[in-house]
Design a protein around this ligand. Sequence first.
Ligand code: 3BY
Ligand code: FES
Ligand code: FE
Length: 417
Amino acid sequence: MLQTFASPISSLLDSRADGHSLPAGLYIRDDVFQADLDVFFRKHWICVGLDCDVPEPGDATVVDIGNSSLIILRDDDNQIRVVHNVCRHRGSRILNAGSTVISKLVCPYHQWTYELDGELTYAPHMGADFDKSCKSLRPVNFKSIGGLIYACLSDNPPEDIDRLEQVMTERLAPYDIRNAKVAHQTDVIEDGNWKLTIENNRECYHCSANHPELCVSFVDLDFGFDPEALSPEDLEEAREHEALYAERTRRWEADGFPSAAVEQLVGCATNFRTQRLIIAGAGESQTPDATAASSKLLGSITRKDLGDTHLWGHNSWNHFMGDHAIVSIVIPLSAGKTLVRTKWLVHKDAVEGVDYDLEKLTDVWVATTDQDSELVARAHAGALDPAYLPGPYSRFSETTLDKFATWYIERMRAHGY
Ligand code: 3BY
Ligand code: FES
Ligand code: FE
């Protein structure tokens, strides 16, 4: 259906008030969705998967983003490759959605055949003078950072991913995510805009009322506070919280585990935040009783008290704990539909039923993801209502949302909107 809009996207961006959620049109309009896909999912680095999605040579998996389709694969030399899933003959998709094992990439249409490094080696009926060498599959810019695969679909990827690479390569090294095992994966389609999915994940204001399972192990992030605005009781609680974080961070760092918060959230192209968070209760893992779900710890880790190294990007969130990790990747499907793909990772040699119980491993984030999906749908339905007006973010619990909205506007402007 042809849609006409009263205002250009630029006036929606102009109308955003500091400290407030975005104008409705930025969440719900189809033209904004197309702009978002182009700006945030083509011209910025996005998390698309993991090295351990394709653990063996010949393993391949397809990830669709807007009209693009990427093949992540492991070639015969054990190298990860990311190529466009577009045949160099007449453009057919080569692989279907999902994961598969292949020895070559054979296009189903006319059987042009590519090696796992993308080289075209078989193209019948094209004549003796046909030069196959310039018809390799088109590579996608990508970086594996500690085993997380970030791709950029533009030819000019932002350079400030360097900071993310430098910080996370060191932080993730002990977890050896590159060689972990994907123990479980879920795809949840949320009835909401991708920005509402990200906003929801960047605050825990909603946690106590909505995430009983997560709250057993989750201690809210320490975003700082304004001493003048808090009641004496809240101030005391906030100071205790701050002191606890300072002490734990100091101890972890003294043991060689980088833990302090590092963030690049505004005034940048690549949006990320990381910090080692305290786990509540038994203190080991995000499980129903906060004890480790897997007895084989990740990578070279030998202790269960290393907290939760969280990492956010603009299309992902991650929690790396001693015994397991969760990685969630956000892929927008339309203005009002968003795919949240979550993977649970354990040590590559951990055996289900022996070293870990799958239910214990996945319980908390299966429940949390479903609860968040419901919350995002409610927020999106509200944004569709003509009565919606942008509302104020809490300057204590939602400062990172204000930064996300600010970054969103900055990046749209940087791309000509
Ligand atoms: O509930 C959420 O979406 C995430 C999980 C942890 C707190 N919050 C940031
Ligand atoms: Fe792939 Fe023809 S389109 S072989
Ligand atoms: Fe939540």
